[in-house]
Design a protein around this ligand. Structure first.
Ligand SMILES: [Zn+2]
Length: 366
């Protein structure tokens, strides 16, 4: 009996330890190419799906297609099947944005990962949008599936935007509400076109603009891709013009945001009826999904974004660095760095002479 009990306790303890030690490397292994492809097949009409008791093919998600609404319903049902409470919100006329939120232990700090699910075709006819942007949506779904029971430091939202192809009214409206809320945005990650790589060069764009902490996040992301040995060649890209999809909505409010996007290897298949899964490079799609997972995880767990004293000394404008109370105390005590400004998670500057008196929590310094 005692032996049985010991075994039971061991099993319980091991399970507990396993759940607790869900490190990034082991979570990454759970990203499944079959799930990624399956989602794209449904969202681009290659595979039939039952919605409202009727079999349908979602072969178009264009603004004037009735099937766009079915795509929103399917995305919602998929998030609900993972266990998330999910809403469809009308942020702009005839646009339906799908949102699910996972609450973190510091709930007012927010990380968002998003992808637009609407598609486009210049001509009449279906707009399957397999790469643009069923690929990004599928990666968001897969990340949501794997993170469901992982404890996060910060709240994490999964968003499927409508209206990207017609001017981004929905993400604009969402960000307007966000900046007037009590949430502090740690960062937004946008996924838009993840699966075209015709020559296996693994090149992928990490898009940023110099707002908030975007540049620093983009740079760190490059490092993570190499630390986790992704089979990718990420390149930092910044454009002087606007046109980076829903990222623009965040940058225009000065918020931290980066986007991941392929290099449009099948440019002729964009925004027409030829954007089909047959052009996908599956290995590349999988690697990009892993890349997105790493960035989301690092942001939402807050791991590895700690203080680098040299960066503090550089004091670049708007280059905020996240730090806990203890890290700030260490900076003062061990490195004798005292010349910095402290902001709380809402971005409000704190006048604190003695850092030991700071309440426990997460801060931003520069
Ligand atoms: Zn797109």
């Amino acid at each position: 009996m005692l032996k049985k009990l010991t075994i039971l306790i061991s099993i319980f303890f091991l399970t507990f330890v396993c759940l607790k030690s869900q490190d990034l490397a082991s979570l990454l292994k759970r990203i499944n190419i079959d799930s990624l492809i399956y989602n794209v097949e449904i969202l681009s009409g290659e595979r039939e799906v039952i919605i409202n008791d009727k079999p349908v093919r979602i072969d178009s998600r264009k603004f004037d297609s009735e099937k766009k609404h079915l795509a929103a319903l399917w995305l919602k049902s998929k998030l609900e099947s993972f266990g998330y409470n999910t809403e469809i919100i009308e942020l702009a006329k005839n646009e339906e944005t799908v949102v699910a939120r996972k609450i973190g232990s510091n709930p007012d700090n927010l990380v968002i990962i998003g992808a637009h699910y609407d598609s486009f075709n210049y001509e009449p006819g279906p707009a399957p949008g397999a790469n643009d942007n069923a690929s990004g949506c599928s990666a968001v779904l897969e990340i949501a599936r794997i993170l469901k029971d992982v404890e996060l430091n910060f709240s994490l939202e999964f968003i499927f935007w409508d209206g990207e192809e017609t001017g981004m009214a929905s993400s604009k409206s969402y960000v307007d509400n966000l900046v007037n809320s009590n949430y502090f945005l740690i960062g937004y990650l946008n996924l838009d076109m993840l699966a075209w790589d015709s020559n296996n060069d693994g090149k992928v764009r990490v898009k940023y603009k110099n707002f908030g902490n975007s540049y620093s996040l983009a740079q760190q992301s490059m490092g993570w891709a190499s630390n986790y040995k992704l089979n990718l060649q990420p390149e930092l890209v910044t454009n002087s013009w606007w046109g980076d999809g829903d990222c623009d909505s965040f940058w225009k409010k000065g918020l931290t945001s980066i986007g991941i996007a392929d290099y449009l290897d099948y440019f002729d298949s964009m925004h027409n009826s030829y954007d089909l899964i047959k052009n996908f490079n599956y290995d590349y799609f999988l690697e990009n999904s892993k890349f997105a997972f790493i960035i989301t995880y690092k942001l939402a767990v807050g791991e590895n974004l700690s203080v680098n004293p040299e960066e503090v000394l550089k004091k670049e404008k708007n280059n905020f660095i996240k730090a806990t109370k203890n890290e700030i105390i260490e900076l003062v005590k061990q490195k004798n760095i005292t010349d910095f400004e402290i902001f709380n998670v809402l971005g409000i500057k704190i006048n604190q002479n003695n850092v030991n008196d700071l309440p426990e929590g997460i801060y931003f310094i520069r």
